[in-house]
Ligand binder design. Structure first.
Ligand SMILES: C[S@@+](CC[C@H](N)C(=O)[O-])C[C@H]1O[C@@H](n2cnc3c(N)ncnc32)[C@H](O)[C@@H]1O
Length: 224
């Protein structure tokens, strides 16, 4: 019998250690300025619109990077309660500074570990460009979605976007970059498909909606 690995034993380091104090300032340009359009064939504006459609005034943002979508969102203001969660302190520092006007709370935590019990009763939680950074075990994605869903109040929305490994990106450069990121552990999405995403989400959420543009799947669903 194939037992699922214990999520706490999965090595997630490569997926978050890449965001150093010198690489993070380049993140917006490389990812949202270039890669979305030219590698993954998804417009950054589409991702921002997805974020804005689902974010609420009591929001848990997981895998914050530079705080790109939070900063640009028209839906948030000083009355919004924003919590930022990330394994990487550089990301927490950069994004909390960027959206200081929203006075966010920060939590350093790894998705492979149980969350602090104080993370509860959010109206929305996002995983924007996070799932594809995690090691590829399907059961691990399910465990992460379960963990995030548990932070939401009844009716709360879990949403996000992820780059799928199947089918491969259309362009040759996209395929080469994705293969290289998977070899280096920066991505773990080689076996991520629409079907596997749908299954992982449907196990935890109701009214699951998935929209694709290029290699990117944008998803949302609510907890009972
Ligand atoms: C590709 S960036 C996405 C940043 C941002 N959400 C965006 O879309 O621009 C992935 C983020 O997830 C974080 N991350 C990756 N693996 C993680 C893990 N195991 N636990 C917590 N955070 C993780 C990284 O540190 C980084 O901030």
């Amino acid at each position: 019998m194939n037992a699922s690995p214990d999520p706490t034993s999965i090595d997630t380091d490569a997926g978050h250690r890449v965001y150093t104090s010198w690489s993070l300032p380049l993140y917006d340009l490389v990812v949202h300025g270039f890669s979305n359009r030219f590698l993954w064939n998804c417009r950054t504006a589409t991702l921002q619109a997805w974020f804005d459609r689902h974010v609420t005034d009591r929001h848990l943002d997981i895998g914050v990077g530079t705080g790109f979508f939070l900063d640009r969102s028209q839906r948030l203001n000083s009355a919004s309660q924003i919590t930022l969660l990330d394994a990487n302190q550089n990301c927490l520092n950069a994004s909390s500074k960027r959206i200081a006007r929203l006075q966010p709370t920060t939590v350093q935590a790894n998705l492979a570990q149980p969350f602090p019990s104080t993370l509860r009763r959010f109206r929305s939680a996002s995983l924007m460009y996070v799932l594809h950074c995690l090691p590829g075990e399907k059961s691990f994605r399910g465990e992460v979605i379960h963990r995030v869903a548990a932070t939401l109040e009844p009716g709360g929305i879990l949403f996000g976007a992820t780059i799928l490994g199947e089918p491969c990106p259309k362009g040759r450069l996209g395929r080469r970059v994705m293969a290289s990121y998977n070899r280096r552990g920066i991505f773990g999405n080689q076996n991520d498909s629409l079907d596997s995403l749908q299954k992982a989400l449907s196990d935890e959420l109701r009214a699951v909606e998935i929209v694709t543009e290029g290699s990117v799947a944008m998803f949302a669903g609510s907890v009972s």
